[in-house]
Design a protein around this ligand. Structure first.
Ligand code: ADP
Ligand code: 5GP
Length: 187
């Protein structure tokens, strides 16, 4: 059976990761997005198994002991992790995309060296600022915090297999799709 590729995507908040990944998953039947586990409570409208697998702290700890996370991390007092068995099961049939921050992505690469790491960057910081404010989901303060993180993210880009600039959206979607088909890991 053809084994799918694990594609790990990072990049600054607001760069267009979600837009690109969701479009590709909609257009291509051979690509799916992974669902992470978290100990945080579901927000209104979130569905177990769709946005996240919502687990108790005890269940999450048990799965850490069983080595069932490709990587996991703590954010804002809650745990988040990529479920290894779930991803491996999906990889039997499809390419799997993980959208994950730089720290998580590098941990995933350690656990799964054949994964292909893709960093998406904006054409400029000004454009990133425009997209983040245009999205309208963060306050100005949050937008500034997110922009400040970009230096750290940029410093890690050499560790990535591919760096893709999301300028023209359709072109970026095509380039990302080509990486899924032809991309290889430097390991
Ligand atoms: P992320 O998932 O990286 O945080 P989003 O996918 O939510 O980013 O995109 C942030 C905003 O930028 C959204 O409003 C989206 O429609 C817009 N956007 C994404 N790609 C482009 C692009 N190439 N050109 C202009 N706007 C874009
Ligand atoms: P939220 O609670 O807003 O959905 O997510 C909070 C943070 O958790 C975000 O920064 C998100 O990227 C991160 N996150 C979500 N899933 C995972 C995961 O599987 N692993 C890691 N390391 N972080 C995750």
């Amino acid at each position: 059976m053809q084994q799918g590729k694990l594609i790990v995507v990072s990049g600054p908040s607001g760069v267009g990761k979600g837009t690109i990944v969701k479009t590709i998953v909609k257009r291509r039947e051979d690509v799916v997005e992974s669902v992470s586990c978290t100990t945080r409570a579901p927000r209104v409208g979130e569905v177990h198994g769709r946005e996240y697998f919502f687990l108790s702290k005890e269940e999450f700890a048990r799965r850490i002991d069983e080595d069932d996370f490709l990587e996991y991390d703590e954010h804002f007092g809650n745990f988040y992790g990529t479920p290894k068995s779930f991803v491996k099961e999906m990889l039997k049939e499809k390419h799997v995309i993980l959208e994950i921050d730089v720290v998580g992505a590098l941990n995933a690469k350690k656990a799964f060296p054949e994964s292909v790491l893709v960093m998406i960057l904006p054409p400029s910081i000004d454009e990133l600022f425009r997209r983040l404010t245009g999205r309208g989901t963060e306050t100005l303060e949050e937008v500034k915090n997110r922009i400040e993180r970009i230096e750290y993210e940029l410093a890690q880009k050499e560790k990535y297999d591919y760096v893709l600039i999301n300028d023209d959206l359709e072109k970026a979607i095509e380039e990302f799709s080509a990486i899924i088909d032809n991309g290889v890991s430097k390991k």
